[in-house]
Write a protein that binds this ligand. Sequence first.
Ligand code: CA
Length: 716
Amino acid sequence: MLNKWIKLGLIYTGVLTLSSCSEPSDNTAPKTGTAATVDTHRILKSSPGAEWLSHSGGYDEQRHSPLAHITQNNVTDLGVTWTYDLATNRGVEATPIVVNGVMYVTSAWSLVYALDARSGEERWVYDPEVDKRVGVNACCDVVNRGVAVYGGKIFVGVIDGRLEALDAKTGAVVWSTVTVDQSKPYTITGAPRVVDGLVLIGNGGAELGVRGYISAYSAETGDLVWRFYTVPNPNKEPDGAASDAAFESVGNISWGDDGAWVTDGGGGTVWDSIVYDHIDDQIIFGVGNGSPWNRTIRDPAGGDNLFLSSIVAVDAKSGAYKWHFQTTPGDNWDYTATQSIILAELPLGKEGAPRRVVMQAPKNGFFYVLDAATGEFISGKPFGPQNWAQGLDANGRPIENPAARYAETPHTQIPGPFGAHNWHPMAYNPDLKLAYIPAQEIPETYAFDPLWASKPAKWNTGADFNTGVIVDLPAGITKFLRASLKGRLIAWDPAKQEARWSVEHGNAWNGGVLSTAGGLVFQGKLDGDFVAYNAGTGTKLWNHNLKSGGISGPTTYEIDGEQYVTITTGWGSGFALVTGYGFDKTVSPTMGKVVTFKLGATSTIPDPDLIEIEKTAKTDRFGTPNQLEAGMVHFARNCAVCHGALTISSGVLPDLRWSVYAGDADAWQAVVNEGVLADAGMVSFSKLLTAEEIEAVRAYVIAQAHNSLAEKAAEK
Ligand code: CA
């Protein structure tokens, strides 16, 4: 019996030019100044320090600050000094940038805010005025993880695929360029990085069928300088791009000749991690999963499919290929390698001499240490439970469990597509030589999708999300499923490849990490608990209730001798939307905030408004068993990633069980088929579903409303 319910767990997922020769010893760089003087030299020299000049503090992406005013001894005096209302009820994942006393931060729908970093006072707000209809292309909510600053400009990647440069003083648009084919379901949620006058940006969309790449644009003009594709073009012909030579030498041979991946792009989106290694003058970036997930469909020839699920290094100026390391050859499970990549020195050379390495804890559950200059595999060990591989061979290639390549038989696997670690930023303390991983345990039953057919602009994975699901689930199952999801913070010794300590978060998921020289590790959680831990032991020293989700990467900075810690908060994002982990109420636009702390401050975070929902079924249960079953399948394939698995909403987007539209067949068709609410983001699904199928979904939704009410009544 239990096995059956564990199998069900999984529905959650599917548905559920300044040259870089500047060395740190060079003292000529300005350590302070306005946004106008931020360049590669200044980011290398002063960051992170009093300011937070790049997405993860510095180009090495360590998210470790040398600031030590806040210590293990005084952290209990940390209090709220100001809050700023981002006025959004959607996911907030941004890490703020702080330059010369000004904070630049983003919110959902790619809005950019400039705030006084001492007081939170608003300087300017920029709204790119995104057409809300593009929201349906976002796999995991319309989030944005932050901006970059360089030469007096603020750079933002917009959810609809634009890259824009704003005047740091006024927020006025200096230039705007479209980086994607907007007829395809590309999105941008990641933060740009700027290196030697080049703005680096990738994109997302590998669940819906796109071809991934990273681009470098001139910070001055917005002109494209180079582009590196991560999967070959449909004919394996040159693109006239920086990646051409890499495909000719190593990439093309790892794909079959029939071009099966053409329709769905192949995937490999570069949606998050980008590192600048100034010693080797190279950009090191993480590449995402295949599209579709299922390799049998994507490439029946069964190759490794470079550069999916890989860490790739290219020349910073030309984008020319230097090396790659593929964490998951022939990805079949959404095992992206886009997670935080951190550059550091570890005592792994001869007689303990420092060796420059890159580290990553990707979705597949193994912690990798690679040589930064060459990509050579140094070591890799699982940082949590996994059952897809028996281990890694001497070259770091996984020794797969044969059952993991689900074919006739589904495979219940850990990690699932949410990964053993997702986008939540990892940090690294170079003094203690510990990496802090926001880890999680979320299994999935992977099954071949018998209904698979390539359809544009929809979830297209080739994996079936309905394995083991039935229309009338037993009472209590949703609580059981939610309780089976686990998150934890792991302090990982990368030299020894073992955990030093870990803290369990239960099913509160977790958030991004900040490490400080004060011997502290800061991390928020989905349940709003923002915690400071002793960096060496994991002992909890301080916490504060954020009254919202606290999943983004915190920032720290100093003004007039005082250290500040900031975290952006909000609800939504992929996990909350899908799992329906929520408030059981509708989330209002007061959920999204910037919250800043300092020692001795005593301000408070305003309570968010949560709107009560009238939980009544708007019509009687209807539909034949076949119709309900069909409705369940179509709901999981088309609706669940936004409105919640099993029809249980997070409170961000409408809970369809209680929707008035569900009570009326014509109104339901007007919304789902005709798209009358398209301006609000609910586009027409007429290209994906017939009127009959749309009515079947309504029957399923209404059945779930009645089931939920019966369950609630039985509890009383
Ligand atoms: Ca993915």
